[in-house]
Ligand binder design. Structure first.
Ligand code: ATP
Ligand code: DNN
Ligand code: MG
Length: 216
């Protein structure tokens, strides 16, 4: 069976690149970051964290110079990003594939005016990929997580986004984990597919260890 997933998160710097490396290693998948804003490139970071030799790294569709929200970074580079600019790379046909988003679900990839924008969540719908959401555990993250899950649920009323599962990233907090797990089971028919602890250092060995624990 072919596995292709879009990785998003409840915010930026949440661990999407780490999770992407873990999934790429687990599935020996190809990796694609459609919009890169600033350096270092997430693609290079994933390359450095995986050990298998089968994965192929696909070229970003947009590499923006500023480490900012894509809509703002694109403006600086005088580029217009449209949803129609994206399609799954041909090399990923019939291959396992991990696609990493920028920031969280409501990060704008463009902005025109009067509140009109396209967001990462629209790109996920357009690419028709099941979603894996990285949810951190910090004070305030229950709110950020449930807001993200509500947005997915809202889209799901039109059956547009399939939440394959969530990955909890951070020091364990049983009370927070319980409320989030119950929410996804009861509202989205989804599950926790991995728990990642706060590690002192991220290495290939750590990535391999978590790759062996994933349950898809
Ligand atoms: N569980 C963890 N233990 C230790 N360090 C972590 C953990 N999760 C993430 N990090 C570190 O936090 C930083 C941010 O993580 P990462 O780059 O994966 O975030 P991101 O969600 O991909 O960010 P962006 O939105 O820029 O793509 C990295 O230096 C990463 O190694
Ligand atoms: C540059 C950064 N590392 C991410 N790629 C983009 C994060 C955009 C966040 C926008 C926002 O939610 O305010
Ligand atoms: Mg990243």
């Amino acid at each position: 069976m072919q596995h292709q997933y879009f990785i998003s998160a409840i915010g930026t710097d949440s661990g999407k690149t780490l999770v992407s490396a873990i999934l790429v290693e687990h599935l020996k998948a190809h990796y694609w970051k459609p919009i890169q804003a600033g350096l270092p490139k997430d693609t290079d970071q994933v390359k450095e964290l995986i050990s298998n030799k089968n994965s192929i790294f696909l070229k970003e569709r947009f590499c923006l110079s500023a480490p900012m929200s894509p809509h703002a970074a694109a403006k600086i580079d005088k580029i217009e990003i449209k949803l129609s600019d994206f399609e799954l790379p041909i090399e990923s046909k019939n291959q396992n594939l991990i696609v990493e988003g920028a920031g969280g679900l409501f990060v704008p990839i463009n902005y025109s005016k009067n509140g009109k924008a396209d967001y990462v969540i629209d790109l996920i719908e357009d690419l028709k990929l099941p979603l894996i959401l990285v949810c951190n555990l910090y004070l305030g993250s229950i709110n950020h997580t449930i807001l993200s899950l509500e947005a997915i649920k809202n889209r799901n009323e039109n059956r547009n986004i399939n939440l394959k599962g969530i990955i909890l990233n951070g020091e364990s907090n049983p009370d927070s984990e319980q409320i989030i797990e119950d929410y996804i089971i009861h509202n989205l028919n989804s599950k926790i597919i991995l728990r990642i602890k706060q590690e002192k250092e991220i290495t290939k060995e750590i990535v391999k260890r978590y790759a062996s624990q994933i349950i898809l």
